[in-house]
Write a protein that binds this ligand. Structure first.
Ligand code: GLU
Length: 286
C-alpha cells in the first residue's frame, strides 16, 4: 500500500563530525545535500558527541571549507554537544517504556561470548558486533556510571506497527519494509547511550533530524544499513520520518573509501595548492 505523501518544504542537512579535515568525500556529501534541498532549506549540524575525538580547530576549518565551496546555511548551527538534555529526554521515554537495560560488557566480553571456535568471524551488523544479550535481564534500577544503555530490540519491535522507509537515492531506490526477524538477528540490541558519553550516534541523529525538521536525510551509502535502527527509533519516540537519499562514496585510486586520516585529500590542502571550488566539483564528478 502506498502511503500518501504530504507536500512539505524540503529540508536537508549535512552533519559532519569534527574529528579531522573535510575531504573530497565530505565535500561531495555536502554538495549533494545542498542540491537536494533545491528551493527548500539546507542546514548544518555539528556531530560532536565524542568529546575525545572532536576538536574546535577541525570544526572551524570544516565551516570555512564549506563556505569556500559556496555553501550557505542557517545560523546558529546546531551542535550535538549542546543537545544532551534532548537526548536524556528521549532515553527517559524509552526507560519509562521498559525498553532499555544497562550493560557493562566490554568489546572483549562480547567477542568471548560470541566465539564458537568452529565458526569463523563473529557476526557483525550495522552497529558492529551483534550483542549476545548477556545483560538483557538486568534492571535499570541497577544502572551505574560504568554502564552503557542498550535497546531491547525484540521488545522494541513488539511496540511498533510494521516499519517502512522510503529511499529516493539512486542505489537502493524504493520503499523498504523492515523484517523484524531479520533485524533482531542482524542488528541486535544496539547501544543507545554509550558509557561516558550519555548518548550515541543513532539516538542523537534521530532526535536531531526531527528537531531540525529534516524531510530528506542525505548521507553516504555506508549508513544505509543503519537506517533500520533510525526508523525503529523514530517510531518508538513518535517522531516524524524523513525520506532517505544515500549516495555512493568517493574512493581513492585503490578503490578504498576516503577516511578522515586521508589528509592528502583534504579540501584545505587543495585550497592551499590553488584549486578552485570548480576544480573540487570536477574532481568528484559534480
Ligand atoms: N556525522 C556522521 C559522519 O560524519 C554523519 C551522520 C549522518 O549523516 O547520519 O559520518
Amino acid at each position: 500500500m502506498r502511503r500518501l505523501e504530504m507536500p512539505r518544504d524540503k529540508v536537508t542537512r549535512f552533519a559532519p563530525s569534527p574529528t579531522g579535515p573535510l575531504h573530497l568525500g565530505h565535500a561531495y556529501s555536502a554538495l549533494i545535500s545542498a542540491e537536494r534541498a533545491g528551493a527548500g532549506r539546507f542546514v548544518l549540524r555539528i556531530e560532536d558527541i565524542d568529546r575525545t575525538r572532536c576538536r574546535p580547530e577541525w570544526e572551524a576549518q570544516i565551516l570555512d571549507d564549506l563556505h569556500w565551496l559556496g555553501l550557505r546555511w542557517e545560523t546558529p548551527v546546531m551542535r550535538q554537544s549542546d543537545r544532551m538534555p534532548a537526548y536524556r529526554a528521549a532515553l527517559d521515554h524509552l526507560v519509562a517504556e521498559g525498553l532499555l537495560y544497562p550493560c557493562r560488557c566490554t568489546r572483549a566480553d562480547i567477542r568471548a561470548a560470541l566465539s564458537a571456535p568452529q565458526e569463523g568471524a563473529p557476526p557483525h551488523g550495522p552497529d558492529g558486533l551483534i550483542y549476545p544479550g548477556t545483560c538483557r535481564a538486568r534492571s535499570m534500577a541497577d544502572a551505574g556510571p560504568q554502564d552503557a544503555l542498550r535497546l531491547n530490540l525484540r521488545a522494541a519491535l513488539g511496540r511498533t506497527g510494521a516499519l517502512f522507509f522510503t529511499e529516493n537515492g539512486p542505489l537502493h531506490t524504493g520503499e523498504h519494509a523492515i523484517d523484524p526477524n531479520w533485524m533482531a538477528a542482524q542488528v541486535g540490541d544496539v547501544v543507545l547511550a554509550r558509557r561516558d558519553m550519555g548518548t550515541s550516534y543513532h539516538l542523537s541523529v534521530v532526535v536531531d533530524d526531527a528537531a531540525q525538521g529534516i524531510t530528506e536525510v542525505t548521507r553516504g551509502v555506508d549508513l544505509f544499513e543503519a537506517t533500520v535502527i533510525h526508523v525503529l527509533l523514530q517510531a518508538l519516540l513518535k517522531l516524524s520520518q524523513p525520506t532517505y537519499w544515500h549516495h555512493d562514496l568517493i574512493r581513492d585510486e585503490q578503490g578504498k573509501r576516503l577516511a578522515k586520516r586521508d589528509d592528502a585529500r583534504a579540501i584545505a590542502l587543495y585550497r592551499a595548492q590553488g584549486a578552485t571550488p570548480q576544480d573540487i566539483r570536477a574532481m568528484i564528478g559534480l
